[in-house]
Design a protein around this ligand. Structure first.
Ligand code: NAD
Length: 294
């Protein structure tokens, strides 16, 4: 079966490669030639535009940075809707605003194109392993049609509700991850300043109630001072911005999210936008004048 794949960055690249390994034919497109070349070398067929991908494929996956990129790729000039036939399924796996998913889905429906939103959690390592957690929204029958394809890229795929529900779930995920990294950074700065080795602290508490997937993934990066992305600070700013807009829209106050958003904005202003979000530790390091290192 031929699947279109648009957006071959940190996440899209390994996801497309896993589909190739599973025996699917991939027609790929990215505005960045290097990213397209990389996936072409792995066996994908390169296309000249999103429209060209849609002309070739009945199922199209998008993995793009944010709402405006998905709107450009799907609704814009030389976009998916210019090339898609009636009955085409669009699986948008980008993390975008739930309202944007609903708008794009409506425009797709007018052309007879079916869409689900299916963002992911797990980052690059799980994208490479094909063990992402996938959270989806939209028509359940469409979700069921693409379930086997999703399970090539993920260890789980849960249908969370109507279109946009996948991205609402992803926003909840991103709030928890950002606040967890901030809590870990604050706590590890406390123990560092008090003179206790951060590795000992990690070993002592990781199996207890404070332990978390975030702690296991990010403490080794923080104690190495390795902030190579992973998940970029600028992308987390995008997610918290979408969370705050959505929260304000539905009347859910998000005081802790606002606070961590300002930490991320400070890091961005300091030139760390392209660093991994474990770099929230650098915010604390600047405040305290000490590095959290083993
Ligand atoms: P990325 O910036 O590495 O990749 C995005 C890709 O989209 C790039 O290759 C870019 O060239 C391409 N692109 C942008 N505009 C385009 C257009 N108009 N046409 C074609 N291609 C275009 O980002 P990423 O880290 O792969 O993240 C993608 C999405 O997945 C984001 O929404 C992000 O929030 C989400 N996500 C990322 C991670 C992570 O750890 N990196 C984890 C979970 C979810």
């Amino acid at each position: 079966m031929k699947i279109g794949f648009i957006g071959l960055g940190i996440m899209g690249k390994p996801m497309a490669k896993n589909l190739l390994k599973a025996g699917y034919e991939i027609v790929a497109y990215d505005v960045m030639k290097d990213n397209l070349d990389d996936v072409t070398k792995a066996g994908a067929i390169p296309a000249a535009s999103s429209k060209a991908v849609a002309e070739e494929c009945k199922i199209i996956i998008t993995m793009l940075p944010n709402s405006p990129h998905v709107k450009t790729v799907v609704l814009g000039e030389n976009g998916v809707l210019e090339g898609a036939k009636e009955g085409t399924i669009l699986v948008d796996m980008s993390s975008i605003a739930p309202l944007a998913s609903q708008e794009i889905c409506k425009a797709c429906a007018e052309k007879g194109v079916k869409m689900i939103d299916a963002p992911v959690s797990g980052g690059e390592p799980k994208a490479i392993d094909g063990t992402l957690s996938i959270m989806a929204g939209g028509d359940k029958t469409v979700f069921d049609e693409v379930y086997d394809i999703l399970m090539v890229m993920g260890a789980s795929a849960v249908h969370c509700g109507d279109i946009g529900a996948g991205n609402t779930t992803k926003l909840a995920n991103q709030v928890i991850v950002a606040l967890n990294i901030a809590a870990v950074s604050e706590a590890f700065m406390l123990s560092t300043k008090a003179g206790v080795d951060p590795i000992k602290v990690f070993d002592a508490i990781k199996g207890g109630l404070a332990g978390s997937t975030v702690m296991n993934a990010k403490v080794p990066m923080i104690t190495e001072g390795n902030f190579k992305p992973g998940f970029k600070i600028d992308l987390h700013i995008k997610d918290l911005s979408n969370a705050l807009d959505t929260g304000h829209g539905v009347g859910a106050p998000l005081p802790l999210t606002s606070l961590v958003m300002e930490m991320l904005q400070t890091l961005h202003a300091d030139g760390h936008g392209q660093d991994d979000h474990s770099g929230i530790a650098m915010y604390y390091e600047k405040l305290a004048g000490t590095e959290i290192r083993k």
